[in-house]
Design a protein around this ligand. Structure first.
Ligand code: GLN
Length: 313
């Protein structure tokens, strides 16, 4: 369904046009060639409201590497598998550190601060891997993404996954360190293999905004009626996205945008306006914290114009 909400569509079109004019685009991630080669001039924005109206602007259909945004969905899956026992293996506090930091892990005996920093997401992936072959776990994650987005064309970019693995010294160190404390149950290679591949899922803003709808509507996709998680769990995932979704930029994101959000180094952000909309934005250039520079600016403009910040108008 395309937008029958002209106000929403005109806001999205205006913001896409404004972003196209800007010359401050941040820097694309440079640690792997597949991301280093992405054109920083691209920008996409999709907002899907409670009625299923889709407002789209810019490169809204272009697939990009979702990277750490996948951590929202692996957290959802892992909670579905072991419930609150997950919190024995990962914390729920903001880290105040970069996404790939190792310093806190030693002090906190291998238990990562939260599920969205790399160490935490690797621990979450380990839960999904337990009792399965890595290939099965990965298949389950991909099927979940396709189901949520109602789109069977979503795939993993295998070149990105291979590059993640080839350059993943820091993530390998984090995983080995957690393994030494018994926080990981499975062979480090198995868990990391699945982690690298789920970070390499490619999706468009439209697909991502579709996939996030359950978080905006108390755990249920309002268009299909499918219940994905109980309302309480959706609310709690949103709370973690707000406090931890942008690493050491989470405070600034809450201050400026005022929505739960999860970023990835591919330049995407999934943001949730509870009860109102699921939002995906993509601008490949990053700020110093590794979060999309124009993505955050676009979301700030959107929430200001629509009065959607959870903290008030
Ligand atoms: N694959 C990236 C990593 O593990 C994800 C980081 C991110 O998106 N912030 O380093």
């Amino acid at each position: 369904m395309t937008s029958t909400n002209p106000d929403l569509q005109s806001v999205v079109t205006d913001i896409a046009n404004e972003m196209a004019q800007r010359s401050d685009r941040g820097e694309v991630a440079s640690y792997i060639p597949e991301l280093a080669g992405v054109d920083a001039n691209q920008f996409g924005l999709v907002v899907i409201d409670a009625d299923g109206n889709i407002a789209a602007g810019g490169d809204s259909e272009a697939p990009f590497s979702i990277q750490s945004i996948s951590k929202v969905f692996t957290l959802t899956l892992a909670l579905g598998m072991i419930g609150d026992r997950l919190w024995r293996r990962v914390g729920r506090e903001p880290s105040g550190n970069p996404f790939n930091s190792i310093v806190q892990l030693e002090r906190e005996r291998g238990v990562p601060r939260n599920p969205f920093i790399n160490a935490g997401a690797i621990a979450v992936t380990d839960v999904i891997v337990s009792g399965h072959q890595p290939r099965e776990s990965l298949g389950e994650i991909l099927r979940f993404m396709r189901f949520l987005a109602q789109d069977s064309s979503i795939v993993i970019d295998h070149a990105v996954a291979a590059s993640e693995k080839r350059t993943g010294y820091r993530n390998t160190a984090l995983a080995n360190y957690m393994k030494s404390f018994g926080v990981l149950e499975n062979p480090v290679d198995f868990t990391l293999g699945v982690y690298f591949h789920h970070c390499a899922i490619a999706m468009s803003c439209r697909q991502l905004a579709m996939a996030g709808r359950y978080l905006a509507h108390s755990g249920t996709n309002p268009s299909t009626g499918f219940s994905i998680v109980p309302a309480e769990r959706a609310r709690r995932i949103n709370a973690l996205m707000l406090t931890c979704g942008h690493y050491d930029g989470s405070g600034e994101f809450a201050y400026r945008v005022g929505l739960p959000g999860k970023s990835g180094v591919g330049g995407g952000i999934l943001a949730i306006a509870p009860g109102k909309a699921s939002i995906a934005v993509w601008a490949p250039g990053l700020d110093a914290n590794g979060n999309s520079h124009l993505g955050r600016i676009a979301l700030e403009a959107l929430t200001r114009r629509l009065g959607w910040s959870i903290f008030g108008v």
